[in-house]
Every structure is written in C-alpha cells, then in structure tokens.
Design a binder for this molecule. Sequence first.
Ligand code: PLP
Length: 393
Amino acid sequence: MNVFDLIAKEQQRQNENIELIASENFVSENVLKAVGSCLTNKYAEGYPVNRTSGSRGRYYGGCEIVNEIEEYCCDLWRKVFQTDYHVNVQPHCGSNANFAAYMSVLKPGDTILSMNLDNGAHLTHGSPVNFSGKLYHMEFYGVTPEGFIDYDDMEAKAEALQPKLILAGASAYSRIIDFERFAAVAKKVGAYFMVDMAHIAGLVAAGEHPTPFGLADIITTTTHKTLRGPRGGLIFCRPELARKVDSAVFPGSQGGPLLHVIAGKAIAAEEALQPEFKEYAHNVRVNCRAMCDEFLKMGYDVVTGGTDNHLFLLDLTKTGLSGKEVQDELDLHHITLNKNCVPQEKRSPAQTSGVRIGTAAMTTKGYGPEDFIRVAHQIDCVIRGMQKARENA
Ligand code: PLP
C-alpha cells in the first residue's frame, strides 16, 4: 500500500464531492503547512511559564520557540472571541476538551444536566458508551415535539436534580441557543454552566450567534468545524478556574501537546480575525437558510421548521426512507452528508429517520445560495428516485 496514493485519492474525493457534513470544513494552505511542519518533532509537556494559571513551565529543554507559538496562539483566540477568559489550546480534540473540562470541576459520580442525545447532543454529553456516561451521573433535558430546546424542562430538571454542572451545546441543533436562560438557571441552582460551542464557534466568532462569553464558566470548542482550523480543541474558562482547567488537560488527561496543531490553530485564529471571515460566517448562514427554505418549498419536513445557523435536519419520516438509506444513495451521487435522529425517533441510531445538512464546507469552496438550491433539487431528485424504485419493487 502506498499511503501517498491514498492521500491523493482522498484529495480527489474532497475536490469532486459536494460536502454537506455539518462538522467538516476545508482548511487553508497555511493551516495545512503548519500542521505538516517540523513542530511535530517537538516534545513540550507542561506550559509556557508566564501563564496566568501559575504553571511550573515545561518538562523539556528547547522549548523557547514553541513557547512563543503557544502564547501567541492563546492571545489570538482571546482576541477572536473578544474575551479575557483564560484559554488552553492544548486539547487534542473536542472530546478531550470536554473530558478535561468536566474533570476540572467535577468528581466521578457528580450530576451533569445535558441535552438528550437523541435530540442532537454529542457522545461526550453523557452517552452510556462514552466516558461521560460511565464516569458521571447524567440527567437530560429534551426538546419540544417541534425540536426546540425545552427550556422549561431544563429549568424544572435543574431545580429537581440540583446538578453540579449544566451543559449547553449540541452537534445537531439548528436554532439559536439561549445562553442567558441557561446561565440564569445555573446561577439559581448553584451549578457550573458549561457551553460546548464546537459546532457554532465560527458563527459566535463572527457575531452570527449570541456569545456564551460572560455567561458560561467553561466553554469548550473544536477548531475544525465552522472555525475552519485544524482538527483540535480549545477550553476557555473564567480566570479563577484557570489552574484547575490547565491541570486537568496536563497532566490530568494528556501528555505532550501537538505543537504543529497548535501552530495550525494560531493560523486559523489569524484567519478568523480577518474581515473576510465575518463575511464567510454570514454567508454560511445565508446559504443554509436558502437551502433549507428550498426543501420546505418542495414539501419536505425540516426539524423546527427552519434554521438559524449552519445546519438543518431533514425529517424523512413521510418519505418512508431511513437516513442511512438516503446517506448511502447520496454517496453514490457524490453528495456527502450524514444520517441523524429526529425528535421522537422511531428508528435505531444506525438507521435514523433524518439527515443532517450543513453549509460550512461548501461555502468555503465558494458556493452561494443558488448553488445550494441546485443541490437541494439534486437531493430531492435522488430521494424521489429511491421512492419510485421502492414502489416498483
Ligand atoms: N462537541 C460537539 C458538540 C461535537 O459536535 C463534537 C464532534 O462532532 C465534539 C464535541 C467532539 O469533537 P472531536 O471529534 O474533535 O472529539
């Protein structure tokens, strides 16, 4: 096997396919360059010495240059979100960021109140097969029958269960999240308020979604979705939690940081600070609305009846087709998306009754509303073809 041949094939797939997976994006050449750089050779367990958390420095020599890179990266991300929160740029991914965030303020067995997994939460928000569901006592708030977060349910459960931490954020939720309401409830019951903004972070950075800064105690994100950076995670926290968060990342749950990825995160932050990024994030939303409206016009059911962000969920129940079948058939037509549960899901998570569609990646490739409308019709054509084939079978 020649790995470089396979990379070339994957490059071709990425060039030719219409990429609608809501959690993916295409990074710039400069991000790729940083991630593929000599920084991958360097060990640097620990933190630069002058961190606000009072770090004891690195455990290896030769870190002068990577210290500068990590500090620069931290400064940039605080600028991106216009915040004086402490930031840790070392988490290797979003799941690691969530692991360390929980570990920083919770003990195993503590109660977390998070969004129901069938309604769009991530595995690390309490799935029984994930560390979160195994280590913590998880309780869940749900969504209304239309698919909106049920804030009254969240408040009632918070009052009844007195969780140590309330979590907002999701992988498949298409509406604005009311962080103020969450923060007020957390304050009332004396819980930490954590936001996992992995999906919407690019929109938050560009002012296209309300910010959780100033409201949440801890904020985690990935850098590779709407933020358009390398695969990785970030944790922000109120300055008084800095020491706890830093030690939960290292030595709590990781070893040496991935400095090549931290350099890529710094480049992504530089890019997010450019006026073009604001325009990009705005276009992601405009495109998403245009595509979603087209599906509604064609008679499709959309969870919550629309979208406020970079994604929406098509409810395929009335087509008789499963999300898995539609995902697989679209793959054959070079359209890439993923199956997704819908509210009150009747099928298994392996099948599902819906698909999730996102516009972040193809907006990076320059698609505008007309392009997304065209793709909506291509998808409709495939779905109608599948229905016809089923009728004739
Ligand atoms: N949090 C949310 C809301 C996500 O959607 C995801 C990934 O899709 C993650 C965390 C985990 O990120 P990673 O795949 O980098 O571990």
